[in-house]
Design a protein around this ligand. Sequence first.
Ligand code: FRU
Length: 426
Amino acid sequence: MMTLVLNDSTQKQYEQYHLYPERGLLNDPNGLVYFKGKYHVFYQWNPNECDHSQKYWGHFISDDLKHWVRLDAALAPSEMEDAGGVYSGSAFVKDEKLYLFYTGNRRDENGKSIASTQMLAASEDGIDFKKLGSIFDHPTGYTKDVRDPMVWQGKNGHYYLILGARPNNNIGDIIIYESTDFLKWRFRGSLIEGELQNVRGYMLECPNLIKVDGKDVLIFSPQGLAADQANHRYENIYNTGYVVGKFNEETAHFEAETNFKELDQGFEFYAPQTMQLENGRQIMWGWAGIMPPEREQTLPTIESKNWAHVLTVPRELHIIDDELIQTAIPEILEVKEIKNVTDMQSLGVGQYLINTQDNWKLHFGMDMTLERLGQSLILSRRQWDNNIVEERVAIGQHDNILMIVDHDIIEVFTDDGKQVMTARYF
Ligand code: FRU
């Protein structure tokens, strides 16, 4: 089991494998980094309400990716530019300092977001951060929706920073900046000019450009894709996926070599980020909570526990034949093998391996089932907000399945790690 040190010692740890907030609402994982001997997972956090009206950076740390401690918020709204929310961003380690790049959100007197500013904070110890302010002006040709900076250093030694962006023409974009000194950032335009025409929606959030097994992988979360039910794609309110390709440092352009593929076939998965470990391992966390607003407002944990949403378990990424393979990291595994799954009616909290070519059906709580029918793995859930039964389907090879079952979330790894299904259940 994962352990989480709780600030209030009268409480019992609720989720057994998943990070969740002490109170309020959690969304995107942010600033995932290994720094001075500790793993840091920051996250979008509204400590005051179970809604999106305000955002801080919450903070978990760990020595081993298994035992976690919740710390005080690392970043809170304090400046004119981030008074309406310290929005998502990423971490970068340089000269023994931990830098956090983030988006400052500004709101008008009615709470409507009106401006975004890309900002920086720095820390010597990874705990206390000093804000360094805005790093460049808003680009022209783009609406106020420009956010979620992610930074890396190229082979040429230059620094690159990408952002999700909604241009004035409302076709989602990722823009890129370059710096030689980490101080002055030069706008290089669109990272994906002429690429990915059908999967941009009107806005792309949380872009990540990472190396996995020597390949460049671009992960992003488009908003506004039409659902394609026939092919079981893009069926959630917003979606997340990846393409494999090549980033050219000279031209600051990413050329896609594969089609866009969703990272998760379940109901709740969004805005993931990765942590690169010193040995090159890439570990991804996602937000297991994207859902329609009516469903979010009626989330059972809000009434019973005064908090909303969890992060997924950490998933290690690999590339085989240009496809991303996800596996729960070995550090958290403690698996029971299930031989005779056909008899199994309902599974409680635990981790299970199912190795069989037979068909089967499992129950999770009263309202969710998972059924294997040959090449189809069918997740079916009666939605708690409207009682409508919806399905998500993964088509593939389902002879070997790893299932991580927690109190109110399951993560199902199937098709040799090529597909994962994440879903909350109550
Ligand atoms: C994604 C997102 C980001 C933004 C953050 C605000 O879920 O909308 O684009 O920075 O959440 O909490």
